[in-house]
Design a protein around this ligand. Structure first.
Ligand code: GDP
Ligand code: MG
Length: 743
């Protein structure tokens, strides 16, 4: 590394830009005759250096070879990039041709991704203006987060301002800070994993930012891979294997390559950067790309939001209409399985474990697979076409009001912003956010969204109490989730995470027609994630909860009391009646009456046993508090179980109610059982839905929040904060509803 420049109080700046952007012209205008032309060591690429004095300070200026990119495609690109990482100039003056802005900004993005401090010289504005292009340099500077100085190099205009801006940046002592761009749902998660490996092993971190190295592995950059293999072959192999896996996946799902996807997202980022007031084209030709033409409608100020609401609502209609029948099949299949198990297993704890613990638990979760399938299919379609990115773009303005960022939208959507999804990848998606305050605020509020695990619970309650307005109800709950998330984000950004918003960071990838195969693979991956979770954690927890609800059981004297009550009913019968008591469908009026009373005793006993169980005790203890929002101990037990995973709420309620109702026809769905239960009514159900929507994220999400925020305190905070908010909101609903005479 070259340190002499700093010791002698010199500044070292570099000039970078595309070929023919006016780099040499600007270099000459600044340095005049004080230049030195040589070669970069060992190669034929010309190296020009010049000196410039400003207020007694020497500035050494290096004219880098002209490049379109910082990949390793050409010698020029390699030279430029090696100079940046090895010589570490304090500032790179990036000359961009204003008459060809989007193409030139491609290099700018890569400089920013590398992290080097940048000053943009917006050159050839005379040419741009002649073509009717006007650029708002101030807004562009705000969005890029770096100074942007308009210049006309040929007339020497703006050269002093450029140098001054660069000196200011150098003096401000700014450090290398890499820009993070989102590369979409296929690439982002892998980048994050690769970054972790790179950071933890210090792999090439003296040269490149971790994300940059990861990107180079995905882009198949031979130079970086070679360096990596020399330094640490083991880590390099791991990264190459990960890159190969993504490549295969992207080929299968998108029929494309990581390099192309990465370039698409960079151009998408630039397209968004230049929209709305940055670039104005006064006499438009008819050379708009198809994507631009579509965008003129879909992101139009007036039509855009209307289309967006219509699209989101369409997702609900499709999900509910198409999934209705398969859901019924699933439910019937598991009910039949339960009856079959009941028939072949002897009465006792094993039968109870299999029927109430396992089959009910898994059935409750699996019954909603069709619903989630259609939901994910719709989301995958929106994602793969590029429409979701447009929605993020349109919402950026709104998100800023709440102290968030357009990219927070992605985290919210992935977490379940269009009901469905999962807060775990949602929390991870916050990595594309630039400042830690916006990132934390998103991290903490994204779990309010209705994830794929909450949806079945909500859908079950909706099916029980709001049959007439299913789609509208879920739409309302989604709206509420957004309102809570945004308002609470604002509260968090005004209190514990106070501070300014980050600069612009959005992208508009070109529209694509998704392939059927790609959609299916994306949907299948998510369904599989859900089912795998159901197959492992959920079953384990379902069994644990079954044990909690079964043991320690009733005390002997209590048992005897029920036994005595049963005996007295039987003894009151004549011997003839007693003989037919066990034969269903026969007997006199007194036999029917005895049967009814025996069933009532059995129900009472089961309920008493559940209440005496460990879970019952916890739920009962919580009743003192949850009385305020209308929940009894059974709901409480289910909510406690829901911390393990939200789907467990259904299986727990299912288990709780089937244990409490031994004579129940097993094909009766949980919805019907709740509807028949006197404790439940639409008001209680609504309060419960609000609570379920808002309370503590499941423990997997909490673990991720801890990992992503780097502190267990945020995990604890999120559990306590969300549960408090949920309790207050549910209480407000319940008490408010009672005041209005609704419950
Ligand atoms: P380089 O390849 O980036 O070094 O570009 P040059 O400095 O060689 O410039 C390429 C051409 O653009 C030359 O003919 C310059 O005179 C011209 N040029 C440079 N800057 C400007 C400018 O601001 N306005 C106009 N109209 N022409 C410019
Ligand atoms: Mg030149």
């Amino acid at each position: 590394m070259n340190r002499t420049s700093r010791e002698t109080q010199e500044h070292l700046f570099a000039l970078a830009g595309n070929p023919n952007c006016g780099k040499t012209t600007l270099f000459n205008a600044i340095t005049g005759a004080r230049q030195h032309v040589g070669n970069y060591p060992g190669i034929t690429v010309e190296k020009k250096e010049g000196l410039y004095a400003l207020n007694g300070r020497q500035i050494r200026l290096v004219d880098l070879p002209g490049t379109y990119s910082l990949t390793a495609y050409s010698l020029e690109e390699l030279v430029a990039r090696d100079f940046l990482v090895h010589e570490r100039p304090e500032v790179v003056i990036n000359i961009v041709d204003a008459s060809n802005l989007d193409r030139n900004l491609y290099l700018t993005l890569q400089l920013l991704e590398l992290g080097v401090p940048v000053v943009v010289a917006l050159n050839m504005i005379d040419v741009a203006e002649g073509r009717g292009v006007r650029i708002n340099a101030e807004e562009l500077s705000k969005r890029l987060g770096v100074p942007v100085v308009p210049t006309v190099a040929r007339r020497g205009e703006g050269k002093d301002a450029v140098i001054q801006a660069a000196v200011d940046v150098a003096r401000s002592g700014i450090r290398w800070q890499p820009l993070r761009i989102s590369y979409g749902p296929d690439v982002d998660p892998v980048l994050v994993d690769m970054e972790k490996i790179i950071e933890s092993s210090g792999f090439l971190t003296d040269l490149y930012p971790a994300r940059w190295t990861a990107l180079k592995y995905l882009e198949e950059d031979e130079q970086v891979k070679k360096k990596g293999r020399e330094r640490n072959p083991e880590v390099s192999d791991r990264l190459e294997a990960m890159a190969a896996k993504v490549t295969e996946h992207i080929q299968k799902t998108l029929d494309s390559y990581p390099e192309a996807i990465i370039a698409d997202h960079r151009y998408g980022f630039i397209a968004a950067l230049l929209k709305d007031g940055v670039l104005e084209q006064r006499f438009k030709g008819n050379r708009l790309h198809l994507s631009d033409q579509i965008d003129r409608v879909l992101t139009n100020r007036f039509f855009g939001p209307i289309v967006m609401v219509a699209v989101l609502y369409g997702v609900y209609e499709i999900t509910f209409t198409y999934s209705e029948l398969p859901v019924q099949w699933f439910e019937a299949a598991f009910a039949a399985l339960g009856r079959w198990a009941e028939g072949i297993l002897p009465e006792g704890p094993l039968r109870s474990l299999v029927v109430s613990g396992i089959i009910d638990g898994v059935g409750g979760v699996m019954g909603f697979v069709p619903l989630i399938f259609f939901m994910f299919l719709a989301i995958a379609f929106l994602e793969d076409t590029g429409y979701l990115a447009r929605a993020a773009y349109m919402l950026d303005r709104v998100f800023r009001i709440f102290g968030l960022h357009g990219n927070s939208f992605m985290a919210f959507i992935i977490s379940g912003g269009i009901a469905g999804g999962c807060a775990v990848p949602g929390v991870m998606a916050t990595r594309t956010l630039r400042t830690s305050r916006e990132r934390l605020a998103t991290l903490l509020t994204a779990p309010f969204m209705n994830c794929g695990a909450k949806v079945p619970v909500l859908a079950m309650l909706i099916a029980a109490f709001f049959t007439e307005n299913r789609a509208q109800m879920l739409f309302l709950l989604t709206l509420l989730a957004w309102i809570f998330a945004l308002v609470l984000a604002k509260v968090i950004r005004l209190t514990i995470l106070r501070g300014p918003s980050s600069p612009f960071l959005l992208e508009l990838p070109p529209y694509r027609i998704p392939t059927f195969k790609g959609l299916m693979i994306h949907t299948w991956e998510r369904i599989w994630q859900y089912v795998r979770k159901a197959g492992t954690i959920i079953v384990a927890i379902s069994i644990l909860l079954w044990a909690l609800m079964t043991y320690p059981g009733l005390a002997p004297e209590e048992k005897n009391r029920f036994e005595a009550a049963r005996r007295s009913v039987i003894e009151a019968l004549s011997p003839d009646d007693r003989a037919v008591l066990e034969t269903p469908g026969s007997g006199t009026a007194s036999v029917l009456e005895a049967r009814r009373r025996l069933q009532a005793i059995a129900r009472e006993e089961a309920t008493a046993a559940l209440r005496a169980s460990f879970a019952g005790r916890i739920g009962t203890a919580l009743e003192k508090v949850t009385r305020w929002c209308g929940f009894d101990w059974r709901t409480n037990v289910a909510l406690v179980g829901g911390f393990a995973a939200k789907e467990v709420i259904i299986s727990t309620l299912g288990t709780a109610y089937s244990l409490g109702e031994l004579d129940g026809d097993d094909s009766t769905t949980l919805s019907q059982r709740l509807r028949q239960d006197p404790h439940w009514n639409p008001l209680v159900a609504f309060a419960a839905m609000v609570f379920i929507m808002l309370y503590s994220p499941c423990f997997v999400t909490v673990t991720c929040i801890i990992k992503e925020s780097g502190s267990w305190k945020w995990g604890v905070f999120s559990m306590a904060f969300n549960t408090t908010v949920a309790f207050l909101a549910a209480t407000a609903v319940y008490q408010g509803g009672r005041l209005l005479g609704l419950g």
